[in-house]
Write a protein that binds this ligand. Structure first.
Ligand code: ZN
Length: 68
């Protein structure tokens, strides 16, 4: 199995259907994209990520402390 967004192959099952064995949710350990086994995600070329892009992703700025 490959990640639909970055083509990574480190995919983990992060959830399964509570009743029966109907679906699983997968998550890519490289870009953290997740999807359900019952969908067939199609990522537009524009939103695909390459390894270099993932490594260079900006860190989300921390929320500054509230003024007292
Ligand atoms: Zn990925």
């Amino acid at each position: 199995m490959k990640c639909p967004r970055c083509d990574g192959n480190k995919i983990e099952v992060i959830a399964t259907s509570p009743v029966g064995n109907v679906w699983e949710v997968y998550e890519c350990m490289d870009c953290f994209y997740s999807w359900r086994s019952t969908e067939t995600p199609h990522i537009h070329e524009k939103f695909k990520l390459k390894k270099e892009q993932i490594e260079n992703l900006q860190i989300i700025p921390p929320i500054p402390p509230l003024d007292k």
